[in-house]
Design a protein around this ligand. Structure first.
Ligand code: FAD
Length: 322
């Protein structure tokens, strides 16, 4: 009998997040021939992302479009999603391992009595068995987990599973009615506004990150300029956040965000183990530090021993010319 997979999609500043296509690919890797992959999209003014999404699913795109859903809030999203999922009876629900996915997945797992595997970076088929790879011990090791039975939920780490290719003819878009149960929008909107930069940190292909060596909030300006020229996002070490140079929304590491960009540029960051937990799986690591003994150089692919206030503006100037 064919089974139904549902990907819970997300928009950010009106755009479909890249991780949604990676979640669809994760569902495809998990599904068998004849199974259906649908998406559930929540937010406001969703016609564009819904039609984009419809090109990637083999089933339908279920849409909950309402002003109260513009920003994520656990209570409103859960109360909106659960009736739709109950009607669809999916065998699996797939989400991005984003702030929203991390919050929502366990609530759905509890409601549907489903098993959950979080932060999945790869999916392998071993005969009839599906193995889900995820990092443990702050990214120092990987474990493979499998579901035994029952419905299951997975969250996928951004930038690890390749995005899905378009799937033949576009899937049907189905609008669902939504009645607002609570109204706490102002609180969450404030948090999201603070956290959002031009490029999403978790999904950025290039991250320019600053540490205590940046010395002040003003010191982040050259890093922001480099990130802008490269089309990347700015991140930070906890040292920089604790010192008040930037918002904790930028913190990368064990107790911050985990990023896996194509290029990670660490500026004035020593390379403490807790920081490495959040960025050591980046494809290319470039470290700029004036201390040649800084531990960050042990994991860097390219190292520049020098003052970041000289090196970063030079890089920006060169990339601007390119
Ligand atoms: P420092 O270690 O002070 O390094 C600053 C670096 O800047 C030095 O290497 C110095 O040589 C260099 N520098 C100074 N001036 C310049 C200049 N002009 N040009 C170039 N280089 C310069 N940390 C995180 O980052 N993320 C986490 O999630 C995290 N979680 C933690 C959880 C726990 C439970 C604990 C105990 C700690 C955690 N930490 C985390 C903190 C971590 O241990 C380090 O203290 C922190 O990462 C240090 O930040 P830093 O590298 O910016 O600062």
């Amino acid at each position: 009998m064919s089974k139904h997979y549902v990907v819970i999609a997300e928009v950010r500043s009106g755009q479909l997040r890249q991780v949604c296509l990676e979640a669809i690919e994760a569902a495809r890797l998990t599904a068998e021939e004849g199974d259906t992959i649908s998406a559930l999209l929540l937010g406001h003014n969703l016609s564009e992302p819904a039609s984009q999404l419809s090109r990637y699913v083999s089933g339908q795109v279920h849409v909950l479009d309402h002003p109260d859903l513009e920003h994520y809030l656990a209570e409103t999203y859960c109360s909106a999603i659960i009736p739709v999922l109950e009607s669809l009876e999916p065998c699996a629900i797939v989400l991005g391992h984003t702030a929203m996915g991390r919050d929502l997945a366990p609530m759905l797992a509890a409601h549907f009595q489903a098993g959950q595997i979080s932060d999945v970076t790869a999916i392998h088929r071993n005969g009839s068995e599906l193995l889900f790879t995820r990092p443990v011990y702050a990214g120092k090791a990987f474990e493979q987990k499998r579901f035994i039975n029952g419905p299951h939920i997975i969250t996928v780490r951004p930038n690890n599973i390749p995005p899905a290719a378009e799937a033949g003819s576009p899937g049907e878009i189905i609008q669902h009615a939504y009645t607002a149960p609570v109204n706490l929008r102002t609180i969450i909107k404030d948090v999201i506004t603070k956290a959002s930069g031009r490029v999403d940190l978790a999904e950025a292909q290039i991250v320019v990150s600053g540490g205590r060596g940046v010395k002040s909030a003003e010191g982040f300006k050259p890093l922001e300029q480099l990130a802008e020229v490269l089309g990347g996002a700015v991140g930070a070490s906890r040292g920089a956040c604790d010192a008040g140079y930037c918002d904790y929304a930028l913190q990368i590491g064990q107790t911050g965000k985990v990023v896996t960009p194509q290029i990670y540029i660490a500026c004035g960051i020593s390379g403490a183990i807790q920081h490495l937990a959040g960025m050591s799986h980046s494809r290319i690591i470039i470290a700029i530090n004036k201390d040649p003994e800084a531990p960050i150089f042990r994991i860097a692919d390219y190292g520049i021993v020098g003052d970041l206030f000289e090196v970063v503006p030079l890089l920006t100037e060169e990339f601007r010319k390119a």
